[in-house]
Design a protein around this ligand. Sequence first.
Ligand SMILES: C[S@@+](CC[C@H](N)C(=O)[O-])C[C@H]1O[C@@H](n2cnc3c(N)ncnc32)[C@H](O)[C@@H]1O
Length: 246
Amino acid sequence: MASAHIEEILPGRATTRLVPAVPAFPRGDALPVRGLLRLPGVYRPQADSCLLASVIRATTVPARASALDLCTGTGVLALVLARTGAESVLAVDLSRLALCSARMNGAVRRLPVRTRRGGLPTAVTNGPYDLVAANPPYVPCPPVTDRTLMSCDAGPDGRAVLDPLCEQAPALLAPEGQLLLVHSTMSDVDRSRELLEAGGLRTSIAAKAVVPFGPVVSGRLEFLVEHGFVAPDARDEELVVLRAQR
Ligand SMILES: C[S@@+](CC[C@H](N)C(=O)[O-])C[C@H]1O[C@@H](n2cnc3c(N)ncnc32)[C@H](O)[C@@H]1O
């Protein structure tokens, strides 16, 4: 059996310079990563996870709220949702190893985190939710041929998961529900807002931060530069958390 990795992100590891007039970029301790179980190949929480966690923590969660962590990975954001007051949290991911990690991370902390394997249709079927958090794949990539990399596939424009998610967001949300969605400006934040607003949702920018390239962007740098997503001399990208509500 593959061995598990115990991950610990040291406070400050993901910090970077701040963008003025938005909530301060979260310190590393915004995420409950101490003792986080992460099975091989599962996404290690990064600056995007951290930024979204800070927005969840600053969001008022209604009593008895049901929450969804779509694209859960280790389940780290499901843990934040549960600790912020959600009564039940559903963690959804395509990856078995991710779900196994998320299930164990919830169980050892005795938090109300359930898991379901699947994508957006699974999330819609089990909804609606008062609060939805999503950190989906969003970094543009060349066509994926290796099945083991499928779960990182954001498509050549970065929108393979973002477009259907934004289009179907209204179906995920309870009447007073809200979606918190993080992605990079390189994957077209305006397009996300257009799609969400076309579905009758109001959108706003809940937070943004400029962060050094993480491992996903660094691993695709040649493709990203070649296709104009990243300037040749760039070393960092801007992350945005969108809030969408009725
Ligand atoms: C960027 S990681 C985020 C993980 C975690 N939420 C975090 O912030 O650390 C994206 C996750 O989405 C999953 N994923 C990719 N495509 C998906 C899809 N269409 N539906 C559900 N999950 C998907 C991947 O397996 C991966 O665990």
